[in-house]
Ligand binder design. Structure first.
Ligand code: SF4
Ligand code: FES
Length: 355
């Protein structure tokens, strides 16, 4: 039976990554850890890319603390590539870029080719079995500015994954990431900053809320006070002077105080009296119709004679008279004193003036 081995043709990250960086450390050509999650690099979506990296991907998957790295394998005829099972052997000296042992090791002597400079500057990586030997991408500063294409082109097809990883890191193709401690520190600083911002916003919101509350309370207090406190002081005094008697020379309805005081002053058949402008039906203000010589309420049609006595409509009783007197030649009206016809109060001398 022909010998076979398995190769990874597809790799993906399931939900739940905790951004621990381990996978990128184990297999940087395939995994890239971002701020919030880990992704499979675009190049690693290709089966031909992942097949030779099968061991590294498996190491990364087994090292993932939350086991979210998933992959799919196919069975391939032929023995497993030696590089997958052998520890790297010491390389024989050779030309830069040669590989052997020796075929799988990049060996550089003398002045290194610039494209390997970064790798050689930190070339402590070898196998991936022991923690002390492991290549850590973040340990490699980007000292070499070699075109990534040149590095890739220089790599043998079956180059050990660690070598590939290190070369890519050194070339700048893979961007070194901050350490976990740095990431935690950075996230902590961001959280503190956000918390400070939240505190500031909260304080501002609190001040605004208190301001609004005080405003509402003041308005409510004002309304309450206006409701509770008698309005007498805000209204015109009930007793007032209404001009000289001579201002009312003939029989007529005088309307100059209708709007401001709510009264008519009426001179009729030798007497002067004052009527309230409030309709005795539901409180509307009637109008004086001089041609018809009547007061007519616009609300429900009640009609009152010039004397104030009702004669049509729903008004149940005559308009009310108000106290009137003379202070010398001056008319004095007192709205606080009312006289009702139906109660025979119009005979009260305070309810009229003889003229
Ligand atoms: S090892 Fe797992 S948890 Fe850690 S970054 Fe990679 S996918 Fe995420
Ligand atoms: S309020 Fe005057 S008639 Fe109704």
């Amino acid at each position: 039976m022909a010998e076979t081995h398995e190769e990874i043709i597809k790799v993906w990250i399931a939900p739940g990554c905790i951004v621990c960086d381990a996978c990128e450390t184990d297999c940087p050509p395939v995994f890239e850890v971002l701020e919030d999650t880990c992704i499979v690099r675009p190049d690693a979506q290709d089966a031909e890319f992942t097949k030779p990296l099968t061991p590294s991907i498996i190491v990364a998957a087994e090292g993932c603390p939350v086991e979210v790295i998933k992959y799919e394998m196919i069975e391939v005829e032929g023995p497993e590539p030696e590089a997958w099972s052998q520890e790297p052997e010491p390389a024989e000296a050779g030309a830069p870029g040669s590989h052997g042992g020796a075929d799988r090791m990049v060996v550089v002597t003398g002045d290194p080719d610039p494209k390997w400079a970064g790798l050689l500057a930190h070339a402590t990586a070898s196998g991936r079995g022991e923690a002390g030997d492991r290549v850590h991408a973040q340990d490699y500063p980007r000292v070499a500015k070699v075109p990534p294409e040149a590095v890739v082109a220089a790599l043998p097809y079956d180059a050990p994954p660690d070598t590939v990883s290190a070369a890519m890191v050194a070339s700048g193709m893979v961007k070194p990431r901050p350490t976990m401690a740095q990431r935690i520190q950075s996230k902590g600083a961001a959280l503190v900053s956000a918390a400070e911002m939240s505190r500031r916003q909260f304080t501002i919101a609190l001040v605004i809320a208190w301001g609004a509350l005080v405003g509402v309370a003041a308005t409510a207090g004002g309304l309450l006070q206006s409701f509770m406190v008698p309005k007498a002081t805000k209204e015109p005094p009930s007793k007032f002077r209404a001009g000289k008697l001579s201002d009312y020379p003939t029989d007529a309805v005088y309307e100059q105080f209708k709007g401001s005081r709510g009264i008519w002053i009426i001179r009729q058949k030798g007497v002067l009296f004052v009527l309230s402008t409030t309709c005795t039906h539901l409180g509307c203000i009637p109008n004086w119709w001089p041609n018809d010589k009547k007061f007519k309420c616009p609300c429900h049609g009640s009609g009152f004679y010039m004397s104030g006595i009702n004669f049509e409509g729903p008004a149940p009783r005559p308009l009310e008279r108000l106290a009137v007197s003379l202070d010398g030649e001056t008319l004095v009206v007192d709205k606080a004193k009312k006289f009702r016809y139906e109660l025979k109060q119009w005979v009260d001398p305070k309810s009229y003036i003889q003229v």
